[in-house]
Design a protein around this ligand. Structure first.
Ligand code: GLC
Length: 495
């Protein structure tokens, strides 16, 4: 298959969250299965294209409208990145979604919606300079939510798959944007339209029009069909139940491998865990933390309440009192960052925080911490709990979304590799930490929990096969629909 993979983030060059890692690693996994993969991404940096350190640049061209251009970086024979530049993307500092001081771009949703339209127009008009026409058009999350609609409206007959990474970001836009984008007025309603409350939602547009839908874990696929988990979209999701599959994310097990990770001071593996001690020491030294016989707990993620960071902040005093050390890494809401900075000042030598996106630190925390905290209020899949288990660092996590699909509680099942709590409260988090510490203080038991965690297989291989099947279903569905509408249009024979 020739797969066009359209995304707003791609690790390591444009990264805000897990979407970037999944775009890169799933893209590679599909190419490894023998498919041709083109990853298309609007380039939002302030300099020329990022130096990928790969082969020389490949082709370049325009996307129908002269201000919109693309440049290709071949990664391998089968995997290419197409960096797309257009008005309002290139030259902006900060992230794709917010300026350098964290304020969302005012034209954020409209900009991506326009990108979707221009891209689909390029496929519809297939000029010499258009990117190769794919067999399947796969858009990720709200930024690419309008691709399935435009693909149908502009008559491309291209099958579409839309992946929900996080229902909490609906990609809302108002009537002015709606009109400027040239969307048909009959979509300006809740059903069968694309309104979510008083605004249009690009995520909802994807849910309504894509031939197939996926989300990033089986448990999250169930949760979003319920009124509590559906963020106002549960009815539509239930209606599309037969077209929705929950496919668990995988991880890039080469990049995340403690036996060969160049970002670690020493290497280790299941059955040979000695090197982890040196990583622990390096982490303590690097973060100027005092040593302890109690656990060092790590957190890596966006510092927003969705990740349960408020619960974690409230748990800090008690954990520190018990002798724990905490290392937190991530960027997020300014007031959350500010609150955590105050905790660090109050507990110097015991709590450390780095408010940045820093891959080397993320690797060192996975390896050097004893436990990994993930109190997310909801979590579509989550990747860091998989990284931490691969690094022999059992997670303490809230039992939601993909965390349920990837962590077994060591106090509840014989093969457990972490600890889960049921209610999103500080008390439940603290109780769960207490259970984890009890296991930690029993070296034989602890070593076997860590070893089991390191032996889990979180690789993409079997999961990429699930995507293959979903693409097949999308292609089939589009074929049926296209032949159905051609049939309806055909003049009636006089027999
Ligand atoms: C989003 C979700 C996270 C998921 C990631 C990749 O960031 O919040 O749970 O792992 O996307 O799919």
């Amino acid at each position: 298959m020739n797969i066009a993979f359209v995304t707003s983030e791609l690790a390591p060059w444009i990264k805000v969250g897990g979407l970037a890692d999944v775009s890169a690693s799933l893209g590679r996994a599909l190419a490894a299965l023998g498919h041709e993969v083109q990853i298309l991404i609007p380039y939002t940096g302030t300099t020329g294209l990022p130096d990928t350190g790969l082969l020389p640049r490949g082709r370049s061209g325009f996307l129908v409208v002269p201000e919109w251009g693309w440049q290709e970086t071949p990664v391998t024979d089968r995997l290419r990145i197409l960096w797309i530049s257009g008005p309002g993307f290139a030259g902006r500092s900060g992230t794709p979604y917010a300026d350098a001081s964290g304020r969302p771009w005012p034209d954020l949703v409209e900009r991506y919606a326009e990108f979707c339209k221009i891209l689909v127009m390029a496929y519809a008009h297939q000029g010499q300079e258009a990117p190769t026409r794919p067999d399947i058009l796969h858009g990720h999350d709200w930024p690419m939510g309008l691709i399935p609609f435009w693909s149908q409206a502009l008559g491309t007959a291209l099958p579409t798959l839309f992946t929900i990474h996080n229902l909490g970001y609906p990609g809302l836009f108002g009537r002015e944007s709606f009109d400027r984008l040239g969307l048909p007025p009959d979509l300006w309603n809740e059903d069968p339209g694309i309104l979510l409350g008083l605004s249009a939602s690009s995520l909802k547009t994807g849910l309504r029009f894509a031939d197939q839908l996926t989300t990033v874990s089986p448990n999250y696929a169930r949760e979003i069909g319920t009124p509590e988990g559906g963020d106002g979209l549960a009815n539509l999701i239930r209606k599309r139940q037969d077209d929705l599959s929950g496919i668990l994310n995988g991880i890039d097990s080469d990049t995340w491998n403690p036996a060969s990770d160049p970002l670690l001071p020493t290497h280790y593996a299941a059955g040979k865990p000695e090197g982890k001690r040196a990583c622990r020491k390096r982490l303590l030294d690097h973060m100027a933390l005092e040593d302890t016989t109690h656990p060092i707990a790590g957190f890596v993620g966006r510092l927003v309440n969705e990740k349960g960071i408020d619960l974690l902040a409230d748990a800090i005093p008690e954990l520190v009192n018990r002798g724990w050390r905490l290392v937190l890494l991530g960027k997020g809401d300014r007031d959350v960052e500010q609150g955590l900075r105050e905790s660090c000042r109050a507990y110097r030598g015991k709590v450390a925080l780095q408010t940045e996106q820093n891959e080397s630190m993320a690797h060192l925390i996975m390896a050097g911490a004893d436990l990994f905290l993930m109190p997310s209020r909801y979590e579509p899949c989550g990747l860091t709990q998989m990284y931490s288990q691969r690094y022999g660092t059992p997670p303490v996590a809230h039992a939601v979304g993909g965390l349920v699909d990837t962590i077994l509680d060591a106090d509840r099942v014989p093969g457990g590799t972490g600890f889960l709590f049921q209610e999103p409260t500080v008390q439940a988090l603290l109780d769960c930490c207490r259970r984890a510490e009890r296991a930690f203080q029993d070296p034989t038991r602890w070593n076997s929990i860590c070893e089991r965690a390191m032996n889990l297989d979180f690789s993409w291989h079997s999961r990429a096969r699930e995507y293959e099947k979903a693409y097949g279903r999308a292609i089939e569905r589009r074929r049926n629909r296209t032949s159905c509408s051609a049939h309806q249009r055909a003049p009636k024979s006089s027999s």
